[in-house]
Design a protein around this ligand. Structure first.
Ligand SMILES: Cc1cc2nc3c(=O)[nH]c(=O)nc-3n(C[C@H](O)[C@H](O)[C@H](O)COP(=O)(O)OP(=O)(O)OC[C@H]3O[C@@H](n4cnc5c(N)ncnc54)[C@H](O)[C@@H]3O)c2cc1C
Length: 718
């Protein structure tokens, strides 16, 4: 604490202590006021200005120091100066005093509180920044909330001082008028409860409700303004048009059809989107083949001298396509048509908030068609980001979109990017026999995960034969004597990496081109995703976005999760709408070992200033993992210090993505480690690791004192 803060705190403490020590509160009671009413009135008659000024200063002091007595002073003002003068005086004095208390609280405590609870206060801060004046106005109107508490708490929030002042003055005006008016009747009042009669409290509560009720017409007016200039169709052909037939779009359409809405789904390429055609499904199929190829190198661990490992890469890629074909019916036009969804093939574009144009002229059909709809869901996904590195167009740059067309294994594969997609594919190609070099600009692979998890993946990749180059910046591509190469910079040293093919996996950009967004003023964020609110609405309340195109996550399961909210809000939002629940979101990277996570990791907790305890269980100790030869990795659980509340879990190891589900369930339903420990897990399984991690936590929290007594009990029993 700085000297200035210390001094102010001391001064306030001394003044408040003096108030109570000298029992000054006795002069701020109704009895005293009534007994001295005549004398005060005489004084005010003789020296009106001095009395007015003195009273003003006294009032400001009492409210600024949050002393009890402001209500009595308000009554006194009414009795002494009459209604209008008293209202003027008290209105300004109370607002000034409240603002001083607010400023003192802000000066003394705001930094410390925001630093300590910053992350947890994020939502409140955002709410206050957006609607702070509105909340304050409501609080001021309802006298059941103590004024001094509001002053002090508001000081801790980011509300502006000027806003605080004027909203306080305006909000307190009605209450001040009631008290001042009561003061003019002071002669007949016997106690403060006379003022706070149930009828009067009811009237105040109603006043408090007023701003909330006032929101409705304000919202209606805002909505009208947004839609101004667009002709709303009298009738709609459909309830819902979904643009994009990937994970997000399919689930949206499915929900719409299930609840008997008339739904049209438009897909311009292949149903199933990225996940089925170029993402999760082919990558996992390839990883499985790569795993089997890797078994050759591991054969001796399992008692084999060798395992024949003959394959042709084209057969492996053919299997990948067979896997896609086998999953395809789940996402097919036939299935969705059977569910009651109208499926159209073509490029869709927004024409107005209620009209979508579909260009299906490529089909040899009638060209473009226009659909009218009450709601639209944009689920157009994302595409691999290809950075504008000089010379990139001269080399064979593959992305996760084009990689699946390969029929021959590149001898030297360069993987640009150390995120989950880059790591999974680098390991797969390396295990299949490519010489893989992976280049990452940051200091480690998988920068979203904790250092220990990233280190495990790096070690596994290197073990698979990948040359991992971190802190390497891609400068330019070139072709020298027919050899493609990447020029990289590492600690001011430039070097050259030759390759036969380069896989660019440096991130994914939301797919928004050609959707008609800018004509409608639908905005995107800096990272390219469509700007939506917590209910997934764009600036037009009937146009929603979900999945990769909306972010913030880019996974199939989060796309499906959001799709539920988008579809339900789009179809029923006029009756009831829901904010997306992002509290327990799991994800995994499917390298060997896998890395799975739910909730916070240590990096997140530190950045957000959230205190945590770590419990770590090493999977190298787990019977089943030893038997299977996969005894690597760990289960790391973050808990609230001293409490059985799970904040987050990272699992590194074989089948980590499956194991984490138990913790996802626990976190979702508020179950702690005691509950996991008390659950029977089959022996010998990998899932026992979850229970052993809970056991570690329990060991670290055993009741030492009680155990000492138990020890004595046993000694006595002997
Ligand atoms: C290599 C790789 C591996 C992955 N692995 C996993 C994984 O293991 N687990 C996981 O959860 N996630 C994984 N993902 C991410 C996952 O694939 C995406 O998060 C998911 O596909 C997003 O679904 P979506 O519906 O938002 O978008 P998409 O699946 O991209 O679907 C969008 C669809 O919209 C269509 N479209 C776009 N514009 C228009 C238009 N104007 N008119 C009509 N149609 C349009 C597109 O053609 C596309 O089919 C992986 C991604 C990649 C690239």
């Amino acid at each position: 604490m700085t000297a200035k803060k210390g001094f102010l705190l001391l001064l306030i403490a001394a003044l408040v202590a003096a108030f109570f020590l000298f029992d000054l509160g006795q002069y701020l009671s109704l009895d005293y006021l009534k007994s001295q009413q005549a004398a005060f009135q005489e004084l005010a008659g003789e020296h009106p200005l001095r009395v007015l000024g003195g009273f003003f200063v006294l009032y400001v002091l009492v409210t600024a120091l949050s002393l009890p007595g402001a209500a009595i002073l308000t009554l006194a003002a009414g009795a002494l100066f009459g209604f209008w003068w008293a209202l003027l005086l008290v209105s300004f004095a109370s607002s000034l005093g409240a603002t001083l208390a607010f400023l003192a609280s802000r000066f003394l405590f705001q930094d410390a509180v925001q630093q300590r609870f910053g992350e947890r206060l994020k939502k409140i801060n955002a709410g206050v920044e957006k609607d702070g004046a509105f909340y304050l106005f409501t609080l001021r109107l309802i006298p059941v909330f103590p004024f001094f508490v509001i002053n002090l708490l508001m000081g801790l929030t980011p509300i502006r001082t000027g806003t605080f002042y004027w909203v306080s003055q305006l909000g307190m005006l009605a209450g001040t008028a009631v008290y001042v008016n009561a003061g003019t009747q002071l002669g007949q009042l016997e106690s403060l409860s006379g003022i706070l009669s149930p009828g009067l409290i009811g009237a105040f509560a109603l006043l408090g409700l007023f701003p909330w009720l006032a929101r409705l017409p304000v919202r209606l007016w805002q909505t009208r303004r947004i839609y101004q200039g667009y002709q709303k169709p009298r009738h709609f052909d459909r309830n819902l048009v979904v643009i994009g037939g990937g994970s997000a779009g399919l689930v949206s359409a499915y929900i719409g059809a299930t609840v008997k809405a008339k739904v049209t789904l438009v897909e311009q390429q292949r149903m199933g989107g990225d996940c089925l055609n170029t993402g999760c499904v082919p990558s996992k199929a390839l990883l499985k083949s790569a795993r089997i190829a890797h078994l050759e190198k591991q054969a001796h661990h399992y008692g084999f001298r060798s395992i024949a490992n003959e394959f042709d890469f084209s057969d492996i890629m053919a299997r990948v396509q067979r896997v896609i074909s086998k999953v395809e019916p789940h996402d097919s036009v036939e299935r969705y048509t059977g569910l009651g969804v109208e499926c159209l093939h073509g490029h869709a574009r927004l024409i107005s908030p209620w009209e979508v144009e579909v260009d299906n002229s490529t089909e040899g059909n009638e060209g473009t068609i226009r659909l009218t709809t009450r709601s639209v869901i944009l689920a157009t996904g994302a595409s691999p980001l290809v950075p504008p590195i000089p010379g990139i167009d001269q080399v064979r740059a593959l992305t996760s979109d084009t990689l699946w067309e390969l029929t021959a294994l590149p001898e030297r594969l360069l993987v640009l990017g150390g995120g989950p997609i880059g790591c999974e594919l680098a390991q797969a190609f390396s295990r299949l026999g490519s010489q893989v070099t992976q280049v990452e600009m940051q200091s480690r692979l998988m920068p979203r995960e904790d250092e220990d998890a990233a280190a495990s993946v790096t070690a596994a990749l290197e073990d698979s034969g990948v040359r991992v180059l971190t802190e390497h910046k891609a400068l330019r591509f070139s072709v020298e004597n027919g050899t493609s190469q990447l020029h990289v910079e590492h600690r001011d040293q430039e070097s050259v990496l030759p390759f036969d093919a380069v896989l660019v996996a440096v991130g994914r950009r939301a797919h928004t081109e050609g959707l008609g967004l800018s004509a409608l003023g639908i905005t995107t964020r800096a990272n390219g995703t469509i700007e939506v609110n917590e209910r997934l609405q764009t600036r037009f309340p009937n146009i929603y976005a979900c999945g990769d195109v909306a972010g913030p996550y880019q996974f199939t399961h989060t796309a499906a999760h959001q799709a539920w909210y988008a579809a339900v809000n789009a179809l029923f939002g006029r009756l009831k709408s829901f904010k997306v629940d992002y509290r327990v979101i799991p994800w995994a990277t499917f390298t060997s070992p896998e890395v799975a996570r739910v909730g916070l990791n240590e990096d997140d907790a530190r950045q957000q200033g959230i205190p945590y305890e770590v419990t770590k269980y090493g999977i190298d100790d787990l019977d089943r993992a030893i038997a299977d030869g996969v005894d690597q990795g760990f289960v790391k659980v973050l808990t609230e210090p001293g409490k059985d509340r799970i904040l987050g879990v990272t699992i590194v190891g074989e089948s980590a993505a499956e194991l984490i589900s138990e913790y996802v369930l626990a976190m979702k339903h508020g179950l702690g480690l005691n509950k996991i420990l008390g659950t029977i897990h089959i022996y010998p399984t990998l899932s026992e690791a979850n229970k052993y991690a809970a056991g570690e936590w329990k060991k670290n929290h055993k009741p030492e004192r009680l155990l000492r007594w138990v020890e004595r009990f046993h000694a006595w029993q002997r």
